[in-house]
Design a binder for this molecule. Structure first.
Ligand SMILES: NC(=O)c1ccc[n+]([C@@H]2O[C@H](COP(=O)([O-])OP(=O)(O)OC[C@H]3O[C@@H](n4cnc5c(N)ncnc54)[C@H](O)[C@@H]3O)[C@@H](O)[C@H]2O)c1
Length: 391
């Protein structure tokens, strides 16, 4: 079978890691034929390292290259939908970096273009490949926790320094990035959260702007979510805590699971707690419980998502992270911003997209984004440990 020839749009930190992975032959059935970046120095370096690459400083020119079957989009998030839509319209398969874009409206437009094209659409939710979260999903979706009562995720180990925020002119600005920790780091966790526990029907949030850094967006957020079945959720994230925490706890009528420190702990009740509570004649009682724990499973991470994308195109394999699902975590983070901008009131889902877009535009219009000027921008050329699940 012919290789899937990809063009990578944006060869910064993430795109250059994808480039070296694919060009290094790590993805079966996938090769890289072209790259695009607005930074000519990066193009020069890529060409010097991989002379057979076609290089472009305009993504429209890359899309005109007949040697490209699919694109990997690794530019700042506000460009994801625009480039993705054009790629679908040009007949390419698309793998987009997270988040899908910065607003639900933009994600909807991209999803519609994907459906219209009939092409494969994936999103780089690499943490979906982690064995512990996959196991948690099986437990919850398989009904082993019974009816859910509550989920609580404290994910504060996304520590970032001021120097990180200074490393790209687009970072941590409303115009360049469309948000802070909820838009850049936490999308992985918001996605896993909805993947395991489902989508909320309302979000109430407190988003603290510039609490720990000199930035114009939030570096701490606390969300309270409510679900149609009466269960609730709490999600706390920050880039200013050290040491941070990564702890997910999900309680249901048939038990509880906790993921922390690379271990999934599962308490499984022999009887449904609701039935015991109502029928027991005793004031206090314990319920027979089976306990199991699972150690950190495998995590194929970015390579796993790239391989799965190639296999989806070449042999119809099911996608681990379908691109259209990118809208879910974005709905939660958009709702959190809307709550913050509306006096921390509860925001219903489906979201009032027009109101969100209007208020986001106000933020963007007054953004201090330094019109694309790059302060310092070294590409790492490899997948960084901080992009995998950290405990
Ligand atoms: N999945 C993950 O684990 C993960 C990790 C890091 C970043 N990301 C995502 O990858 C994307 C890029 O992040 P990054 O850290 O690589 O940023 P970066 O700033 O290092 O790289 C972005 C690159 O895009 C280029 N670019 C900007 N505008 C362009 C345009 N119009 N056309 C072509 N190139 C353009 C820039 O010159 C730069 O080289 C973001 O959406 C981010 O959320 C995902």
């Amino acid at each position: 079978m012919k290789d899937l020839r990809v063009g990578i749009i944006g060869i910064g930190n993430m795109g250059s890691a994808h480039l070296h992975c694919i060009a290094g032959g790590e993805i079966k059935g996938m090769s890289v034929s072209a790259v695009c970046d607005i930074n000519c120095e990066k193009l020069k370096n890529a060409k010097a390292e991989f002379p057979r690459l076609s290089v472009y400083n305009d993504w429209r020119a890359l899309l005109a290259d007949s040697g490209v079957d699919a694109v990997v989009i690794a530019v700042p998030h506000p460009l994801h939908a625009e480039i993705g839509i054009a790629a679908f319209e040009s007949g390419r398969h698309v793998l987009v970096e997270k988040p899908e874009d910065i607003s639900v409206s933009a994600a909807e437009r991209l999803n519609q273009a994907a459906v219209k094209s009939g092409k494969i659409f994936g999103i780089m939710f690499n943490q979906r490949t982690n064995g512990l979260f996959r196991r948690a999903r099986e437990i919850v979706k398989g009904g082993k926790l019974g009816a859910l009562k509550r989920s609580v995720w404290i994910i504060t180990n996304w520590y970032r320094t001021q120097s990180y925020y200074n490393s790209g002119g687009w970072r941590a600005t409303w115009k360049g990035e469309g948000g802070g920790v909820l838009l850049n780091q936490a999308p992985h966790n918001l996605d896993l959260w909805q993947w395991i526990c489902g989508m909320p029907v309302s979000v109430t949030a407190f988003c603290s702007v510039a609490k720990f850094h000199n930035i114009e967006v939030e570096d701490e957020a606390s969300l309270y979510t409510a679900y149609a079945d009466g269960s609730t959720g709490v999600f706390i994230t920050s880039t200013g805590d050290y040491p941070g925490t990564n702890r997910l706890e999900i309680s249901g009528t048939l038990g509880k699971l906790v993921i922390e420190d690379g271990v999934l702990k599962h308490w499984s009740l022999k009887e449904d707690e609701r039935a015991v509570c109502i029928s027991s004649a005793r004031s206090f009682c314990s319920i027979d419980t089976e306990y199991n724990e699972y150690r950190c499973g495998s995590e194929t991470a970015h390579r796993g998502i790239l391989q799965n994308f190639a296999d989806a195109v070449l042999s119809g394999e099911e996608l681990i992270a379908p691109g259209a699902e990118g809208i879910n975590e974005l709905t939660i983070s958009n709702a959190a911003y809307l709550s913050e901008w509306s006096g921390n009131t509860s925001v219903n889902i489906p979201l009032d997209k027009e109101k969100f877009d209007r208020l986001l535009k106000d933020k963007i219009d007054s953004s201090a984004h330094n019109s694309g000027k790059i302060i310092s921008e070294a590409s790492n050329k490899e997948y960084l440990p901080r992009w995998k699940v950290r405990w």
